[in-house]
Write a protein of this length. Sequence first.
Length: 290
Amino acid sequence: MPTKNGSGRGSGSTATTNPPGNQTPNTPDINESEIARLKVDQLRDRLRRRGVTGTADMRKDDLVKALVKAMKDGAKKSTSARAGGSSRGSSSAKKSTSSANPPGNQTPNTPDVNESEIARLKVDELRSRLRARGVTGTADMQKADLVKALVKSLTDKSGASSSSGGGGVRKGPQNSKSIKYAQEVTSVDDEPERPGRSLVTTDHEVIRRWAEARKGLPTTVDGTEHDGHAGVLRFDFPSNGREQRLREISWEEWFRTFDERRLNFIYQEERSDGKQSNFFRLESPDREDG
């Protein structure tokens, strides 16, 4: 009868003790094979959401390893926290919904909202994400309140839709051919059909993540402001060299102007050769803008 290692695997193999795609013992929620299939931008985005910085120059193999490590470390912290909390009395245990929801998710029917991951974000990151979703008045809020506000914003589908236009294309008499032939993106879960594909969206989170992935800052062209409002909207990319004529503004002001002018965001994720693209253009369906 063949032994467990009769197939030629070394004694260190975990294939017989772990789920398919999982090479790390005691981590049922971490699937390395699935992580390895993610695109570079997706890996960087997930790492940013877990508070991991310095990923801009990392190659895919390193990004995969970093994400697996971050998820393992997060799982250890979560286990430790649960162990410490078990002795605090049954009243807190009754409030927990972990038995009915996915790990890290305390809100029913919201598989894309991970409260544990949100709680690990820094205060500035929480405020930035809330601003991008159109939530104001966060300057004096403590971290716990910021976490609650972001979770509420993410789970309030009607609120998210009203703040970002649902991601749908704004239409009008001046819609260009660029918009007509572009792939419509309505959420961060949408992916380009192919490298080099022209995309269009009005979703705040999609735009913010696209710009931040390229270290772009929300700006307005200095001297184009009027009536106390931002003028021509731009992003300032360090790879292009900082432009003196661009003045940095808050995401809140950028998106407020973007919505007030009913702009569409036309852009690319990648060039046709697969390299990251910084191309974008802002268009109004009502008048020429940019």
